[in-house]
Design a protein around this ligand. Structure first.
Ligand code: AMP
Length: 283
């Protein structure tokens, strides 16, 4: 496994490998790797000759009030993890190489970036789209792997790639969950044992929605009310949003039909958790 810190070096290595016909699978991460990341790494390994993982806590996607400084950075553990999974290249850029002095070009996927999580996190998806596009230009992967856990992010990246004719295939892998259904996240370590218990309510609320939809309910606001009611029973839970939207444009649905996304963000104590369920109703 090679650990590479500068964009130029990584581009040079990968260009050579690509010219010899090797396919490249790429997984962008912010580190603190867990089984969720693992499923993306394994998919990339299976489908490509070369696997590249980036570990970069991207300052451009954090607002001044967010946890940039506090974000976990267990680098040695992450590198051992990657080595064990036979990752070929780990890209560990420094912020000053990704955003050198004078940096002033950003990618903004309009509309999609302002909805759902974009409301509470203005500028977040601009930061995500910008760093992902930069990585795509440095690495030139054949396929990039993202998690369904961050559904809005995956939808935005797909849109960006389509709109800007970026020659990368995007694959979205299912959400990996821990005991009780909590979606694995690097931020879960911020929670106390009691908060962890309350955090299971996100998955329970999604399951409630699924049961209601399977029972024939199509009225989005009624489903949302029932989900909110369930979540509000938890002492440590404070709802940011619960939404049922069209999975293509992330606009709210009144009546559930077609490709829909049920997404929620809930603060458990000080930790903001997100989760979602994406489904399709043909009638
Ligand atoms: P992060 O390090 O949190 O930026 O995540 C890097 C990639 O891993 C993103 O595409 C995430 O959607 C994905 N990911 C994070 N958690 C999970 C999970 N529990 N299941 C599947 N993918 C995940």
């Amino acid at each position: 496994m090679k650990i590479i810190k500068t964009p130029e070096t990584l581009s040079r290595y990968l260009k050579k490998l690509k010219s010899r016909g090797n396919s490249i699978g790429f997984i962008p991460t912010m580190g603190a790797l867990h089984e969720g990341h693992l499923s993306l790494i394994r998919a990339a390994r299976q489908e490509n000759k070369i696997t590249v993982v980036s570990i970069f806590v991207n300052p451009a996607q954090f607002s001044p009030k967010e946890d940039l400084k506090k974000y976990p950075r267990p680098l040695n553990k992450d590198l051992t993890f990657c080595r064990k999974e036979k990752v070929d290249y780990v890209f560990l850029p420094r912020a000053k190489d990704m955003y050198p002095e004078g940096f002033s070009t950003y990618t903004c996927v309009e509309g999609l970036s302002e909805r759902l999580c974009g409301r509470a996190r203005p500028g977040h998806f601009r930061g995500v789209a910008t760093i992902v596009l930069k990585f795509f230009n440095i690495i030139r992967p054949d396929t990039a792997y993202f998690g369904q856990k961050d559904a809005q992010q995956a939808i935005i990246i797909r849109r960006m790639v389509k709109d800007l004719n970026v020659p990368v295939k995007i694959k979205v892998m299912p959400t990996v969950r821990g005991e009780g259904g909590l979606a694995l996240s690097s931020r879960n370590i911020y929670m106390s044992a009691l908060e962890m218990q309350d955090s299971l309510v996100l998955f329970k609320a999604l399951n409630l929605a699924k049961v209601l939809i399977n029972g024939g309910l199509r009225n989005a606001s009624r489903i949302i009310s029932r989900m909110k009611e369930l979540i509000n029973r938890k002492q440590h839970a404070k709802i940011d949003f619960v939404a049922i939207v069209d999975a293509r444009d992330l606009k709210p649905l009144k009546t559930i039909s077609g490709d829909y996304l049920i997404a929620l963000a809930v603060r458990i104590g000080k930790t903001r958790l997100i989760d979602n369920f994406q489904g399709r109703l043909l009638i």
